[in-house]
Design a protein around this ligand. Structure first.
Ligand code: IMP
Ligand code: MG
Length: 183
């Protein structure tokens, strides 16, 4: 990891190699399960954009993509519990097989809200693919169909995950120093 960005990182939790391996495994599972189904992969902006970009290149079956943006955090490191749709899908998902691609499942508030919203649009199916799972903080139970790695109850950044919009461009996932968000 390089200079200026790394000063605020306490430790690297997941290396580039581990991320690559995990994403390849998830892509292989999705490719196996969705043969002939032409799924629509729905990514939740902004946190999942890097994961989505890597994941779709590991998916070997035809698929389409769309993006949603929701916000439940504001600038802080703790969830506000409020979910807001900032950008909705461009695609009509009725009758489609939907795969929601999310960076991390924390309290579950965002995802349970989003999955309910998508299910109301009468898709053929909805499944969730989450790169990271932080089960220690779950408030609402959410089933993860394709689950990457479990992470401890720490605030992490990198590989798309931010703190106050910063650190998304770290190529690995690291634990943010407490001093950074408890200032
Ligand atoms: P939930 O509604 O609490 O499950 O929050 C999910 C969203 O919060 C994720 O999509 C992330 O954008 C964000 N989030 C949760 N934990 C972290 C973290 O440790 N670092 C950065 N973002 C996080
Ligand atoms: Mg997110």
């Amino acid at each position: 990891m390089n200079g200026e960005l790394s000063q605020d990182i306490r430790e690297i939790l997941i290396s580039r190699e581990q991320l690559q391996k995990t994403v390849a495994e998830l892509g292989a599972c999705i490719s196996r399960d969705y043969a002939g189904k032409n799924p629509i992969m729905v990514s939740v902006l902004k946190g999942a954009f890097i994961f989505m970009a890597d994941l779709v290149r590991e998916v070997t079956v035809p698929c389409t993509m769309d993006f949603m943006a929701v916000s439940s955090y504001g600038k802080g490191a703790k969830t506000s519990g409020q979910v807001q749709i900032i950008k909705d899908l461009d695609t009509n998902i009725e009758g489609r097989h939907v795969i929601v691609v999310e960076d991390i499942l924390d309290s579950g508030t965002t995802l349970s809200y989003l999955l309910e919203l998508l299910r109301a649009r009468k898709p053929a199916s909805v499944r969730l693919c989450a790169l990271l799972d932080k089960p220690a903080r779950r408030k609402v139970p959410v089933h993860i169909d394709y689950r990457g790695l479990e992470v401890p109850d720490e605030f992490i950044v990198g590989y798309g995950l931010d703190y106050a919009e910063q650190y998304r461009n770290l190529p690995e996932i690291g634990v943010l120093r407490r001093e950074v968000y408890e200032k």
